[in-house]
Design a binder for this molecule. Structure first.
Ligand SMILES: *[C@@H]1O[C@H](CO)[C@@H](O)[C@H](O)[C@H]1NC(C)=O
Ligand SMILES: *[C@@H]1O[C@H](CO)[C@@H](O)[C@H](O)[C@H]1NC(C)=O
Ligand SMILES: *[C@@H]1O[C@H](CO)[C@@H](O)[C@H](O)[C@H]1NC(C)=O
Ligand SMILES: *[C@@H]1O[C@H](CO)[C@@H](O)[C@H](O)[C@H]1NC(C)=O
Ligand SMILES: *[C@@H]1O[C@H](CO)[C@@H](O)[C@H](O)[C@H]1NC(C)=O
Ligand SMILES: *[C@@H]1O[C@H](CO)[C@@H](O)[C@H](O)[C@H]1NC(C)=O
Ligand SMILES: *[C@@H]1O[C@H](CO)[C@@H](O)[C@H](O)[C@H]1NC(C)=O
Ligand SMILES: *[C@@H]1O[C@H](CO)[C@@H](O)[C@H](O)[C@H]1NC(C)=O
Ligand SMILES: *[C@@H]1O[C@H](CO)[C@@H](O)[C@H](O)[C@H]1NC(C)=O
Length: 681
């Protein structure tokens, strides 16, 4: 290997001096196990099975070409400046070379947007079956804030017979480097505009998309990302809204998305076989593909969570993390196929499953990416103890169980420096989390239908090859007494509440009659139409939260763009009041954005609220059609003297105003009576 690298260097320098196109002669070692045979629609080209090299290099270019896909990189910057497949230029060749396929970072203190440019090119492997190349950007303290304080090693891999290429990068900070806050790290591909018009990110989320120029001719709505298409090139799209945030998805479901060129039946796909390197856990949402045509791989972002999840590095703080590998997959269907769209999408999904199956990859050459035998696993069964649901322990069915950096209960949803490993438990609450990188973790869980967050009391240390079997774990969710009433389902979203119909003049037709109807533009504004004079009042036992609890408690425009907070009421009847005793209001929020929720009991004009969340949240999930951002849980004591026999009212005042998108989304609200049996001390 070392020898080969030296050869690589020697030949590389020769090339630079002589301006010759050189062909690298691989060492001929063909290792069957490093080349998983993956077949779908791709054709086999005979000559490439005979060991012809995958890599060619000129002074300013390096080309990976296996006869199926050809990828051209700038040297030493390491931008992807061309991808050819089936005779088609996949990327937009009218864009500057630096604006086709690149990694970028948004970071402060100066809020800078940096495209990561390598300064050193290196061939890692050049064998007949696999080539791996590296573009390294190095930082030095003397650079100060002129460039992001990271060393970055961008890696690309092409395999013989593979219909696509792998991309990953190792980001590193060394001791002594200046402080920095990183709000975004991603890969961007900009596809040929004339060719790619159909976008797909799930079975039910795919459509013909507008062009970038259609947005330029449209009308900007409440924020620049949302545009009303007034004069699109495709007249069918006139009157629709385009907004890239309508195509967001939760990390756990963000495994394959991309574009189809319908006239040549070619697909371009971003396949992400694992979530381990993404921040903030399985239900954080992020962007996928959007008008451009653009395809993203988001590794770090503040979307749907807020500035608080930007990665903050203290002065001198060392850090290292591997993002990826992700697989850029290309496929094609015979042009005679009438249903080439579904053929290509189904094939892309199939390829995604194959990539997931072969995760963690064993062919990457960086020692920072551990292969499967260097990883460990943990398994167990999670049970729930909540005697007001069931006298005996019951299974945490379908619980999300994960390992993330050691921290507080629920801290995984803002954790952003380490790796996270999540899986869903079966009906019995049994879980297994495999392929975990060595290190120290806490084990966290949350259970759809159960309020709150679980954390296992001990830290878990994963070592290579370990197989940790935990005893039965028991989660005791927050609970002080029997349920008097509840509103919603404790599942961290507001999707079960009333999501209004969109404005017919502001539709995204994709989401008509769709399970994700909350991804329409402008729904927040329908609150004032439904409650023009008086804020929402919900009467327990009379109203139905599906219809009568609005999905978001937004501000009200009192005219002249003056936005004020709103106060909702829950009216409920008590036959009797247990006194003395404490009632408990379990108040779970699915999102908060520059909001303060104050709780008053039976007296709206009390100057001091009984409880306040204080100013919380910046996830912006209302404007981003997210139906949830970060999760918040408050257990509010209500001493019995505050309640009375007969009707009682809980006032929920969102007191902060000023802007349209301030407010909260509720996940679940429950009132508990005092414990029916005294607490034994
Ligand atoms: C494809 O569509 C054309 C026109 O609608 C039709 O004539 C043809 O039979 C279809 N072919 C297949 C294989 O379904
Ligand atoms: C894990 O924690 C143990 C005990 O606190 C410590 O000795 C060890 O260095 C830690 N390992 C890693 C990889 O951080
Ligand atoms: C774990 O719980 C299950 C279900 O309650 C029970 O069958 C099993 O015996 C328990 N295992 C241990 C080790 O306690
Ligand atoms: C909405 O979808 C449901 C279920 O797919 C279907 O039964 C119904 O007809 C659809 N309604 C409209 C207006 O398209
Ligand atoms: C509305 O706001 C504008 C700009 O702040 C101000 O000039 C105008 O007087 C306001 N109108 C009313 C009715 O308050
Ligand atoms: C008090 O009210 C609760 C809830 O309505 C009811 O279940 C309970 O039987 C009542 N207790 C008495 C003593 O009336
Ligand atoms: C109610 O809760 C408060 C604060 O937790 C506590 O001081 C008080 O003793 C409780 N009252 C009863 C009757 O349990
Ligand atoms: C409600 O609160 C206001 C302000 O603190 C107070 O003046 C009023 O007496 C209270 N009303 C009741 C019925 O307690
Ligand atoms: C409580 O309010 C409900 C609904 O407004 C009403 O029907 C009921 O009569 C009230 N109960 C009492 C005891 O005032």
């Amino acid at each position: 290997m070392e020898k080969m690298r030296q050869w690589g260097w020697l030949l590389g320098s020769l090339a630079a001096m002589l301006f010759l196109v050189l062909f690298f002669v691989g060492d001929g070692n063909y290792d069957e196990t490093t080349s998983p045979v993956r077949r779908s629609l791709r054709s086999i080209i005979p000559w490439q099975q005979q060991g012809v090299n995958l890599l060619t290099r000129t002074p300013k270019r390096v080309v990976l070409d296996n006869g199926i896909v050809k990828v051209v990189f700038s040297v030493p910057g390491g931008d992807v400046i061309g991808i050819q497949y089936k005779g088609l230029d996949i990327l937009e060749m009218r864009n500057e070379e630096s604006n086709r396929g690149y990694w970028d970072v948004v970071w402060s203190p100066r809020s800078i947007y940096d495209k990561i440019q390598g300064t050193k090119f290196k061939i890692i492997t050049a064998k007949p079956d696999q080539a791996e190349i590296s573009f390294v950007k190095t930082y030095d303290v003397s650079f100060g804030n002129s460039t992001v304080p990271f060393n970055v090693d961008k890696r690309y891999i092409l395999q013989r017979g593979g219909s696509g290429f792998y991309a990953y990068a190792i980001f590193e900070r060394l001791e002594g480097w200046p402080e920095a806050e990183v709000d975004q790290i991603r890969i961007v591909y900009k596809l040929q505009q004339a060719k790619f018009q159909y976008m797909a990110l799930s079975d039910t989320r795919q459509r013909i998309m507008p062009r970038a120029s259609d947005r330029d001719h449209g009308v900007k709505l409440a924020y620049p990302e949302a545009v009303l298409l007034t004069n699109p090139s495709n007249p069918d799209l006139r009157g629709e809204v385009d907004d890239k945030y309508q195509y967001s998805i939760e990390n756990k479901d963000n495994k394959v998305h991309g574009w189809i060129c319908t006239d040549q039946s070619v697909g371009f796909w971003m396949i992400t076989p694992s979530d381990e390197f993404r921040t903030c856990g399985p239900i954080k949402q992020d962007l996928t593909s959007h008008v451009g045509p653009t395809t993203l791989s988001m590794f770090v972002s503040t979307h749907y969570a807020g500035k608080q999840v930007g990665i903050k590095f203290g002065e001198g703080e060392a850090w290292k993390k591997v993002f990826g590998p992700v697989f850029v997959y290309l496929n094609s269907a015979p042009s005679s196929t009438n249903n080439s769209i579904s053929t290509l999408w189904n094939d892309a999904k199939q390829q995604m499953l194959e990539e997931v199956e072969s995760w963690p990859y064993n062919f990457t050459q960086s020692e920072d990416f551990p292969s499967s035998d260097q990883r460990g696993s943990v398994s167990g069964q999670l049970l729930i103890h909540d005697r007001y649901i069931n006298e005996s322990l019951f299974s945490a069915s379908s619980a999300y169980v994960g390992l993330a950096a050691p921290g507080e209960v629920g801290s995984w949803q803002t954790e952003n420096k380490g790796y996270q490993f999540w899986n869903q438990a079966d009906d019995e609450g049994r879980f297994i989390i495999k392929d975990v990188r060595p290190g120290n973790y806490s084990l966290y869980a949350w259970v759809p239908g159960i309020v709150g967050d679980y954390k296992y009391e001990a830290d878990i240390t994963i070592t290579p090859g370990c197989d940790i079997e935990l005893d039965n774990l028991t989660y005791e969710p927050p609970r002080n007494g029997p349920t008097l009433w509840e509103i919603g389902i404790p599942d961290r979203t507001a999707a079960e509440f009333h999501v209004p119909d969109p404005y017919p003049t502001l539709l995204n037709k994709l989401y008509r009659n769709h399970s994700e109807n909350f991804r329409q533009y402008g729904l927040w504004a329908r609150y004032e139409e439904r409650y023009p004079h008086r804020d929402l009042v919900y009467t327990v036992g009379v109203d139905d939260y599906h219809d009568d609890w609005f999905y978001a408690q937004v501000t009200r425009n009192t005219g002249n763009e003056t936005y004020v907070g709103t106060t909702w009421q829950i009216v409920f009847d008590l036959n009797n009041v247990t006194s003395p005793g404490n009632y408990t209001l379990q108040l779970a929020l699915a999102s908060a954005n520059s909001a303060e929720l104050q709780v008053r009991i039976n007296n709206q004009s009390d100057e001091q609220p009984h409880f306040s969340t204080k100013l919380i949240g910046g996830d912006n999930a209302i404007a981003r059609h997210g139906i949830h951002g970060l999760y918040w849980l408050f257990s509010v004591d209500i001493p019995s003297p505050l309640l009375k026999e007969g009707n009682n009212t809980i006032y929920l005042a969102q007191t902060r105003g000023g802007q349209t998108f301030q407010g909260v989304m509720y996940d679940y609200i429950r009132l508990e009576a005092p414990s029916s049996t005294p607490v034994v001390t």
